[in-house]
Design a protein around this ligand. Sequence first.
Ligand code: UGA
Length: 435
Amino acid sequence: MKIVVVGTGYVGLVSGVCFSDFGHEVICVDKDQAKIDMLRGGKVPIFEPNLDTLMQSNMAAERLSFTDNLASALEGVDAVFIAVGTPTRRGDGHADLQYVFAAAEEIAKSLTGYAVIVTKSTVPVGTNREVEKVMRAAVPDLDFDVCSNPEFLREGAAIEDFMRPDRVVIGVETERAADVMHAIYRPLSLRDYPVLETDLETAELIKYAANAFLATKITFINEMAMLCEKVGGDIQMVAKGMGMDARIGNKFLQAGPGYGGSCFPKDTLALARIGQEHASPMRIVETVIEANERVKARMIDKILEMCDDNLRDKKIVVLGVTFKPNTDDMRDAPSLTIVPALIGRGAEVIVVDPQGQAEGEALLPHVKWIENPYRAVNNADAVVVLTEWNEFRGLNLKRIAKKMRSPRMADLRNVYNRQDVLDAGFEAYVPVGIG
Ligand code: UGA
C-alpha cells in the first residue's frame, strides 16, 4: 500500500513511522519546512521513546520519506491519512476543524486516482461526512471514499500501542474503502489484533466515548481519594480492591493530581459540547470536567496545608511538570495550574523535569529549572512529586532530607511509602488519598 500522512504532529508521525514499519510505502507531508528538514535529517521533533530509531531504520529501508509537497506525494496513493491538529476552539470548547477541512480541500485538488481519505485526528460526530462534502465541493467528480480511523495511542507508549493495539476501529461506508483499510492493517489482523469495522458516526463516537470514559474513571478515583483523606482509608488499596473485579478492571485507577494532556481535557470538553448541541446532555462528562478542576485545586490546598498555610518565601522543588512521564508534552498539564498558584502565594519554585524544560520554559515563566534533583533541593522547604518519572521513584531520600531546610514532601502520585520517607528524615509526608 502507498500511504500519505498529512500532518507530522504526534499522531501523524507515530502513525507514519509505524505504517512504514508494517512494510507500506509512506510519505509524511507537512507545511512546516523546518520540521520536514529536521525529519529528513533523521531527527524527531517530539520526545517519544524509540520513535527516532524506528523512523531512522524505515528511512534507511526507503519506505519512509518526508516532504512539504502534497501534490507530488499523492501520486498513486491508496490512502491519505489526515492527522492535523484539532485544538479546542477559543471561546466555545468545540474542536477547531479548520485544519482538517483545509487539508481535505487541498488533497481533493491534488488527487489523481481513487484513494481512501482517512481521518485520524479526533473529530466530532459528522466530521467525516463534512470532509466528504468539502472534497466534493472542491472537485465534484473525484473518485474517493472517506474513513474514520481514530487513534488510541498513549504518549510515551505510542509505538507499543500502535503495534499491539487493543483494537483498531475503522468507520467506512463502502466495501472498496474497507478493503484498503483491512489491507493496511493486515500486519495486525494477521496477529489476531481485532479490527472493528463500523459506520462513520460510530467510529467517531467510539473515540470520544473511550477517552471520556477513561477520564471519568480517573476522576472517580480522584474523588474517592479525597473522600479517603476525610474518612480514613487508603486509595491504593481501594483501587486495588475495585480493580480486581474484572467488570471494572485495574487500569486507570491511579489517583493523582488530575488528568491532563492533549486529549482528555480537549475531548471531554468537545463531547460535552456535542451533547449540549444535540439536546442530549452528557451530564457525567460535564461533571468530570468540573471535578477535575476541583482535584487540581485540592492539590494546591494540600501543599499549602503541608507548609503551615504560608508559602511566602518558601522554596518549593517540583519534581516533574509534564502531564505524565516519558513525554515532553506540557499541554493541559496539572503543573500549569498548580505551579502558578504556588508562585502566586509567594513561593519560589524550582522545577526538575527530564524532558519538560524546552516546552515548559514559556509556559512556566517564573520558575528556575535545575537538572539535578539533589542540587535543586538545597535549602528547600518542600518537595512536590507532580509527575511520576522513573527518575523520581528511587531518589536517595536521606540525601535529599539532609539538604533541605525543612524536609517535607507532597507526593501527588503516591510514588513513595510514608514510613520510608519519614525514616529518611522527612518531617512531613503528604500523599494522595491516604487518610
Ligand atoms: C489518552 C488515551 O489513554 C489514549 O488511548 C488516547 O489515544 C489518547 O489520549 C488520545 O486521545 O490521543 P494520553 O493523553 O497520551 O492518552 O495519556 P494517558 O496515559 O491516557 O494519561 C492522561 C492523563 O491521565 C495524564 O495526565 C495521566 O497522569 C492521567 N492518569 C492516567 C491518571 O491520573 N491516573 C491514571 O490511572 C491514568
